[in-house]
Design a protein around this ligand. Structure first.
Ligand SMILES: *[C@@H]1O[C@H](CO)[C@@H](O)[C@H](O)[C@H]1NC(C)=O
Ligand SMILES: *[C@@H]1O[C@H](CO)[C@@H](O)[C@H](O)[C@H]1NC(C)=O
Ligand SMILES: *[C@@H]1O[C@H](CO)[C@@H](O)[C@H](O)[C@H]1NC(C)=O
Ligand SMILES: *[C@@H]1O[C@H](CO)[C@@H](O)[C@H](O)[C@H]1NC(C)=O
Ligand SMILES: *[C@@H]1O[C@H](CO)[C@@H](O)[C@H](O)[C@H]1NC(C)=O
Ligand SMILES: *[C@@H]1O[C@H](CO)[C@@H](O)[C@H](O)[C@H]1NC(C)=O
Ligand SMILES: *[C@@H]1O[C@H](CO)[C@@H](O)[C@H](O)[C@H]1NC(C)=O
Ligand SMILES: *[C@@H]1O[C@H](CO)[C@@H](O)[C@H](O)[C@H]1NC(C)=O
Length: 406
């Protein structure tokens, strides 16, 4: 790999340059950035938690209703069927009318609601674990272990670089949140080999990425959303790299799936064993866990060979956070690409059930079920599309589980 360190950059422009903009002091004061020492202090502690927790459970306030009632769409104030500019004027030459934050308003790169704040909180918990995880794999396994798994010195150096990217992501999100941004925690990882480490990395980055896509378009602060997208696009590249290290096709789908914050938190929380006292808590739901018993195993030559077991299994009976609307397990909800599809559960037992993987497509025969699918057990089957997916939350009985069909 060659890097150009210093080079003269010659630029030629056709017309007269615009006058230099006048830079003035910002009148908008955001929250203070947090004081962080853990970022550069090396790995945090690892392993299971022993002791007595000072705080558990989600942050909460009284709820107005058990579920969100559907509403009709807002009036549509714009249509364009002829490709012409529809407004009579433009704000400036070459800038079509409209857009959010395009009229000179100074950007405010911080949360503008509890929804924004809590979305960034769960995203920051995710960035912190990634920062620790990528370092942990490099520290835990020897050069020989990586070589035996088919990875070179350059591959290890790329993992190290990805860990450093997480320093940037965690700093950005901490600064967006301000003084109460959560710090790094203690983590408990399930891998014991390099192959398992790589597979865990591609799974963890997968739900981190999908968790952000689920809320990005709903944020009140579009300015903060822009910065988050710029970091999550890097995370999406990390996910593809870990998939390839894992021997998988990097992106066997046409669209990347988005999931609600509570789904991402449910998938992330089991790997956090504890956090320092007074760590800012999360308001999202941690649903009862769901396990796919016959998850394809990427470490096998034929991922379909393995013990013959039920399609999905869960242990949902001891759930205490569950909504009263999630009264019984009835459907397996497959969330993939652009689609949410419900399959009736069969062979329901005390701790599990089965469902047949649906055969459906996004467009032009592209199989929707490929790559990563998120499966939840639900009590109802409302019709949902990517932008109103979180309306399922009160009906989630267990899950999601991450299922990788390809
Ligand atoms: C979700 O949005 C779709 C349109 O994209 C709509 O048809 C559906 O009714 C909505 N679901 C609910 C529960 O409101
Ligand atoms: C500029 O646009 C924002 C929304 O993007 C709006 O809230 C604000 O009122 C606009 N300001 C002016 C002066 O039109
Ligand atoms: C998933 O995508 C890969 C890559 O395009 C393809 O080889 C495989 O057949 C697909 N699987 C299914 C079930 O469509
Ligand atoms: C946690 O917060 C409480 C109340 O602000 C404070 O008294 C206590 O010292 C804090 N504990 C730690 C470990 O920071
Ligand atoms: C639920 O929890 C109780 C107490 O911990 C335990 O005895 C029981 O086996 C659990 N039930 C299931 C289905 O896991
Ligand atoms: C449900 O159980 C029956 C009887 O054991 C079995 O034949 C069937 O394949 C099961 N269904 C699924 C979807 O696993
Ligand atoms: C899935 O559906 C497609 C299109 O209807 C069909 O060609 C294909 O055979 C189906 N695959 C399976 C496994 O049923
Ligand atoms: C999946 O979503 C795409 C895009 O909205 C739509 O064209 C397709 O019909 C959906 N498929 C199913 C089975 O719902």
């Amino acid at each position: 790999m060659k890097t150009v360190l210093a080079a003269a950059i010659a630029l030629a422009v056709g017309g007269n340059a615009a006058p230099a903009p006048q830079i003035t002091e910002s009148p908008l004061a955001g929250p203070e950035p947090p004081v962080r020492s853990s970022v550069f202090d090396g790995p945090t502690a690892h392993g299971a938690f022993s002791g007595e927790a000072t705080t558990t459970g989600a942050l909460s306030k009284p709820a107005l209703a058990p579920s969100i009632a559907p509403l009709p769409p807002l009036p549509v104030t714009y249509t364009n069927n002829n490709g012409e500019l529809q407004a009579p004027v433009m704000p400036v030459p070459y800038q079509p009318a409209g857009g959010i934050g395009t009229n000179g308003t100074e950007p405010y790169y911080h949360p503008l609601s509890d929804f924004d704040y809590e979305s960034f909180v769960v995203a920051l918990y995710q960035e912190w674990i990634e920062l620790d995880l990528f370092h942990d794999g490099l520290a835990k396994f020897s050069e020989q272990d990586f070589t035996d798994a088919g990875l070179t010195a350059e591959d290890r150096s790329l993992i190290e670089f990805m860990a450093n990217q997480e320093v940037g992501h965690a700093t950005l999100l901490s600064n967006i949140l301000g003084p109460a941004a959560p710090p790094q925690c203690t983590y408990n990882y399930p891998y014991t080999t390099v192959r398992e480490f790589l597979d865990f990395c591609q799974k963890l980055t997968r739900f981190g990425e999908s968790g952000v896509y689920g809320f990005l378009g709903h944020l009140d602060s579009q300015a903060a959303a822009t910065l988050l997208l710029q970091s999550i696009s890097t995370e999406a590249r990390q996910q593809m790299i870990f998939r390839q290290f894992d021997g998988l096709h990097p992106m066997p789908v046409w669209f990347e799936v988005g999931i609600p914050q509570s789904w991402a938190w449910t998938l992330l929380a089991p790997y956090i064993s504890s956090c320092p006292a007074n760590t800012t808590r999360v308001a999202w739901q941690n649903f009862p866990a769901l396990t796919v018993l016959n998850q394809p195993n990427p470490a096998k030559l034929n991922p379909n060979l393995g013990p013959d077991q039920a399609a999905t299994g869960s242990n949902p009976l001891n759930a205490t956070t569950r909504s009263p609307l999630a009264d019984a397990p009835r459907y397996a909800m497959f969330v993939s690409q652009l689609n949410a599809t419900y399959v009736p559960l069969v062979n329901i037992t005390e701790s599990g059930a089965s469902a047949v993987q649906p055969n459906m497509s996004t467009f032009a025969g592209d199989p929707a079920v490929n790559g990563t699918i998120f499966i939840s057990i639900t009590s109802q089957n409302p019709y949902l599309t990517p932008y109103n997916l979180s309306m399922i939350n009160p009906f989630v009985y267990a899950g999601p589980a991450l299922y990788q069909a390809g």
